[in-house]
Design a protein. Structure first.
Ligand code: NAD
Length: 486
């Protein structure tokens, strides 16, 4: 299957002066190479985006934007199966997960909803006439929403296609241009999107630029350039802080989707046998999801029963070859990431948590960056494995005394991205949900996700919301105007 190595800069697919290799994390074989941008390439892309934003009718021509987004949607759908194979190869994501959030879900709705919203969005609103300064005449006043301008997009590797579409859709629908920097581990799907834009859409040259690089710091051009109006980042909290710092010199707004350490809170009236084995779903895609519920809170009054049921769930997790549809869990993205996860597991043991199952590198897999589904019990919320984001197939079970104690543990975290609550009593669960400081919450198995559903975090989990009306507004500026009322 052909992969696209070229970048998209100013409407042209360009090879660049060097290339870097993309590894399949399940086999450790080279999948393909990608153009390896330098800071100069990035600056060229930024200039192209600025020029397109300021000199084309992209920002004001809603019909053009709708047509282009529909063209892009059709072009993506035509290569959906190639994308599936590519995502499995470069991300190491199980094929099962591509039927959901890794591919099919964003393919279905991430561009279509913002496209529909181009007509429905509140582009302006009227304020009551006013004689604010007592000058003896009334002023008619309106608030206009306008594109924010050039958006620098910095991408993660764990759900790259989901993130690229959920950024591109709102950015383009709201009339902005952008420069997208994929994560170095997973540039191929982004390069493909670039080719489809160049070959199958009328998107004006420079409105979308896609610039992959093996050098993280090439992304820093987006944070520092005075030609970029905003940075939209998905990735780790550490990098998010650095981006915010770098962006402060030009006072650009930053939109940050960062890490999480979310709770799966089981109240004492929940149906344990039907609920608890499902806690093993943190192993999906080897735990490489920011919204995973990696702290399981269970009442001390039913603690042993809970641990046994979760253990059953963990022992049922099938993992290995991501092309096998039976597997829920594939490899970690890289050797570095696997070593990082193993370091956390060792720390969990050293700090006194009880390893219930897993904890090692599978002995029967000599290739690929795999880690066994790993369950810890007797975890105290102050331990490293309860406080830091592991980004691996690791769950920590923490006991609590009563609902107040559970809420206190849930909120005793640097993060506040997601979570879930299960109870036999929906009103009780909703009451507890109101007390947890987090951006999204599933109650009794409900799924909050969707292109119309704002997603993002409290505290160190981020700033701003992706998707929903909030996720459109974030890519706009606000202009208030007034003229004498007749
Ligand atoms: P990362 O922060 O290491 O890298 C993310 C991106 O930032 C990459 O493209 C990288 O090249 C780039 N980058 C690194 N340093 C940079 C700098 N100084 N300036 C500009 N760009 C820079 O994160 P990762 O390892 O790719 O992803 C894993 C993390 O992402 C996890 O912590 C996870 O929770 C988080 N994540 C969050 C969300 C969310 O929506 N909240 C989604 C996915 C992943």
């Amino acid at each position: 299957m052909p992969h696209e190595p070229r970048m998209l800069i100013d409407g042209q697919l360009v090879a660049g002066n060097k290339e870097f290799e993309v590894l399949n994390p399940a086999t450790e074989e080279v999948v393909a190479t990608s153009a390896d941008a330098t800071a100069t390439d990035m600056e060229r892309a930024v200039a192209a985006a600025r020029h397109a934003q300021d000199n084309t009718d992209w920002a004001t021509n809603a019909e053009l934007r709708k047509r282009c987004l529909i063209q892009l949607q059709q072009a993506l759908e035509a290569e959906q199966e190639e994308l599936r194979v590519e995502l499995i190869a470069e991300v190491g994501c199980p094929i099962l997960v591509t039927y959901g959030p890794q591919l099919d879900t964003p393919m279905r709705e991430a561009l279509t909803w913002p496209t529909e919203m181009i007509d429905q969005f509140s582009w302006s609103r009227q304020l009551p006439d006013s004689d604010a300064f007592g000058l003896g005449f009334q002023t008619h006043r309106e608030v206009w929403k306008e594109p924010i301008g050039v958006v620098g997009v910095i991408m993660p590797w764990n759900f790259p296609f989901e993130v690229i579409l959920n950024k591109l859709g709102p950015i383009l629908a709201m009339g902005n241009s952008c420069v997208i920097k994929p994560a170095p581990d997973t540039p191929l799907n982004a390069n493909r999107v670039g080719r489809l834009i160049a070959e199958h859409t009328d998107i004006p040259a420079g409105v979308v630029n896609i610039v992959a690089s093996s050098d993280h710091l090439v992304g820093e051009v987006l944070s520092t350039s005075p030609l970029v109006d905003m940075v939209a980042f998905t990735g780790s909290t550490t990098t998010g802080r650095r981006i915010m710092e770098a962006a402060s010199a030009t006072l650009k707004p930053v939109f940050l989707e960062l890490g999480g350490k979310s709770v799966n809170l089981i109240l004492d009236d929940a149906d344990f046998p039907t609920t608890l084995p499902g806690a093993a779903s943190v192993c999906m895609h080897a735990g490489q999801g920011c919204a995973m519920t990696t702290r399981l809170l269970v009442p001390f009054s039913r603690y042993d029963e809970a641990v046994e049921l979760v253990k059953l769930g963990f022992e049922g997790v099938s993992y290995g070859d991501p092309t096998n549809p039976a597997n829920l869990q594939g490899p970690l993205i890289s050797a570095r990431q696997r070593d990082r996860v193993m370091g956390y597991i060792e720390k969990g043991v050293a700090e006194g948590a009880r390893l219930v199952t897993g904890g090692g590198i599978p002995s029967d897999m000599d290739k690929g960056f795999f880690v066994e589904p790993t369950l810890f019990a007797d975890v105290d919320n102050s331990m490293t494995i309860a406080q830091e984001e592991i980004f691996g197939p690791v769950l920590a079970i923490i006991g609590y005394e009563d609902d107040d104690h559970a809420v206190a543990i849930a909120n005793d975290s640097e993060y506040g991205l997601s979570g879930s609550i299960t109870s036999g009593d929906l009103d009780r669960a909703k009451g507890v949900a109101k007390r947890i400081r987090t951006g999204t919450l599933g109650i009794n198995g409900g799924a909050w996700y969707g292109p119309d559903a704002p997603f993002g975090g409290y505290k160190s989990s981020g700033i701003g919301r992706q998707c929903g009306i909030e996720g459109l507004e974030i890519f706009t500026e606000t202009k208030t105007v007034g003229w004498p009322a007749r």
